[in-house]
Design a protein around this ligand. Structure first.
Ligand code: DGY
Length: 327
């Protein structure tokens, strides 16, 4: 009998071409994620689940899926999955690291530049018919070239952002719980404690996973330490930033601006006060959204799914399991 899998959103064809010949497949094709009750029902008799970061995969859901052997997340981040619960139950969890690094770093830099030079505001200004003449003080921003970039987190994406910063002759400081001397030498960047990075950065870019330690890491205390001219960029996870504190910081001028590709919750409610601010750019979690990268992510997720239903080690595992589902 072919393994049965549930896929929580339409996948690009190259990923389906891998899965369909091997698995009895059901795919949720709506634009929105399957509601909780639907997901609970769909996992009842599946061997594999391919999900997105919008699907909450917790212990009750796993307990409703007695045959489930693998949860393949089509994302590098996996804070939507209770990995400990999966491991306890012998369910393999996979993710998609590596393939989205450069695309995400490109976008982090795009946000940094856009916020520094007020690109979004300027575009709105033009469309609103406010462009009357060339003015010496119109829409002044911050220089990026030669500025100090503070990175919170020096994993793959943080490192890729640091590489881009070299082209702008930026001084790069980073904080990460794990110091990376080889990257320091290779890229000419400097390790510092979080406090120093925050205080010295002209641009502070967040590249840390969401964990209980990093939740609201960017809070009122941290924001108060930043330079008044500094700009915060977040392409990691929304909940790393305390958005209430960020609103106050932006409104009261503790910092000059912010550019967020991720919010908490997602999508950001339309009545969120952050959306009233000109000095805050918000994009809909699209840092990895290039055609090529999203296809690579889906293909990688398909490989994890297939390995899991076959009882083989996943090519990109998040946890270590015995290989057989614990009854
Ligand atoms: C991820 O993969 O975790 C990103 O947030 C989406 O690409």
């Amino acid at each position: 009998m072919r393994p049965k899998v549930f896929i929580t959103r339409q996948l690009p064809q190259p990923a389906l071409d891998l899965i369909l010949p091997e698995c009895e497949t059901e795919m949720w094709t709506d634009e929105l994620p399957p509601p909780r009750a639907v997901l609970m029902d769909k996992v009842r008799d599946v061997d594999g689940l391919l999900c997105l970061l919008t699907d909450k995969i917790d212990a009750p859901l796993m307990d409703n899926a007695p045959r489930l052997k693998v949860i393949s997340n089509c994302a590098v981040g996996y804070d939507n999955i209770d990995v400990a619960a999966a491991t306890e139950r012998g369910i393999a969890v996979g993710n998609t690291p590596g393939v989205l690094t450069e695309t995400t770093a490109d976008f982090a830099f795009a946000l940094l530049l856009a916020a520094a030079r007020r690109v979004v505001e300027a575009e709105r200004y033009t469309r609103a018919g406010k462009w009357k003449t060339w003015g010496l003080t119109v829409l002044l921003g911050q220089d990026v070239f030669g500025a100090t970039l503070g990175l919170v987190g020096l994993g793959r994406i943080g490192t890729a952002v640091a590489k881009r910063a070299r082209g702008f002759e930026m001084r790069v400081l980073y904080y990460d719980p794990q110091r990376r001397p080889e990257v320091e030498t290779q890229l000419g960047i400097t390790y510092a404690d979080l406090d120093t990075v925050v205080r010295q950065a002209d641009f502070l870019s967040i590249h840390t996973p969401l964990t209980e330690t990093t939740r609201h890491l960017v809070n009122a205390d941290l924001l108060r330490k930043m330079k008044k001219t500094a700009i915060l960029v977040n392409t990691a996870r929304g909940a790393v930033v305390d958005q209430v504190a960020l609103y106050t910081a932006l409104r009261e001028g503790w910092i000059a601006g912010a550019a967020l590709d991720v919010t908490d919750p997602e999508p950001i409610p339309l009545d969120d006060p952050l959306l009233t601010l000109d000095n805050c750019i918000i994009t809909p979690h699209i840092a990895s959204a290039s055609v090529a990268t999203r296809t690579k992510m889906a293909v990688m997720a398909a490989h994890n799914l297939l390995a899991g239903v076959r009882g083989e080690p996943l090519p990109n595992p998040v946890n270590v399991v015995r290989g057989e589902r614990v009854p």
